[in-house]
Design a protein around this ligand. Structure first.
Ligand code: ATP
Length: 304
């Protein structure tokens, strides 16, 4: 059963298409990372799943119900980018109050240890550092013992140590069976935490899959060279995913660059200007995101 899903969701703010036909789903115990650049639509996706905004088309479901249903929201914890927490409250009061909303809250001690709140319970929220406030927000999100935790850019503004502590806490929650949907700009964060990744670019899903699938994608290399060889024949080589002629050059996509390069050199002694590009994880995402731009501008024109 899916804990939460978006099905064919479109959301427009005035002329801006924030989400355009987005499908995504999170299963029990899964950590799903929603990756994308600024303005890609990550926060909007979360807001739809939380019932804070309604889709213009398509459907948002939380535990099989409309996210507007209070019953659906009892099983979630939420940490958004803007917290709206009363500055003059003590951390202990905030935690006790939030725990009181839930039928089976986590113990205060558990919250303190998971979120790293040692020594902060007696402090006034408004006087904490940005990073300390972020930890309190995390504690408030997990204190209800949720089955599904929404974390919108949880580690923004945290130093390296605090970031890693939060990653460990997310790992611990996940090991206890809590599903997590997190948004992030940081590829290494998705790599460290996520089972599944959905990449958004300008309101569309441009890649989705397990971390392994994404890594496989990244194993691909692009070979370029000047050669008179026939691209249709190269495309039939077992290791070759794609071969085409781009202007004077041949461009080949493969997972086995060495083998293909050796065969190219063996078959064409006159081959020149050989180039093999390694795509890192970051490059792969940039490429995916860039590919989406053309489609998007036409969408925005339609909307305008
Ligand atoms: P970031 O990483 O910067 O937080 P994001 O991926 O979360 O970005 P969203 O906040 O979902 O992106 O925004 C998607 C698009 O929708 C952006 O172009 C944004 O300007 C626009 N948008 C979001 N909320 C509103 C709103 N309430 N009114 C008007 N436009 C909005």
């Amino acid at each position: 059963m899916e804990l939460a899903s978006l099905r064919g969701v479109r959301k427009q703010y005035g002329k801006v298409v924030a989400l355009d036909g987005v499908d995504l789903a999170i299963a029990p115990g899964q950590v799903l990372a929603l990756l994308g650049a600024n303005g890609a639509g990550k926060t909007t996706a979360i807001a739809l799943l939380l019932g804070l905004v309604r889709p213009d088309a398509g459907q948002a479901l939380l535990f099989g119900q409309s996210p507007q249903q209070l019953a659906a929201r009892r099983n979630i914890g939420v940490m958004l980018q803007s917290a709206g927490i009363a500055d003059n409250s003590k951390v202990r009061e905030l935690l006790e109050l939030t725990r009181s909303y839930y039928p089976r809250p986590r113990s205060v001690e558990d919250c303190v240890s998971l979120a790293g709140l040692d020594g902060l319970l007696g402090r006034q929220y408004g006087k904490l550092s940005g990073g300390q406030q972020r930890r309190v927000q995390f504690a408030l999100a997990l204190c209800g013992n949720p089955r599904l935790l929404f974390l919108d850019e949880p580690t923004t503004g945290l130093d390296i140590e605090a970031r890693q502590a939060l990653w460990r806490a997310i790992g611990a929650l996940s090991a206890q069976g809590c599903a997590v949907l997190l948004t992030t700009h940081y590829l290494e964060e998705a790599e460290a935490l996520a089972d599944r990744v959905v990449v958004l670019a300008r309101g569309r899903v441009v890649a989705a899959g397990s971390m392994d699938e994404v890594r496989r994608h990244v194993a691909q290399r692009r070979i370029r060279c000047l050669s008179a060889l026939d691209t249709a024949r190269i495309a039939a080589w077992p290791q070759v995913r794609d071969a085409r002629r781009v202007d004077a050059r041949i461009e080949i996509v493969t997972d086995a660059a060495e083998t293909v390069v050796r065969r190219l050199l063996a078959e064409d002694a006159a081959l020149s200007e050989l180039e093999v590009q390694r795509a890192g994880l970051a490059e792969a995402f940039i490429e995916l995101t860039r590919d989406a731009v053309g489609t998007v501008s036409s969408t925005q024109r339609e909307a305008a």
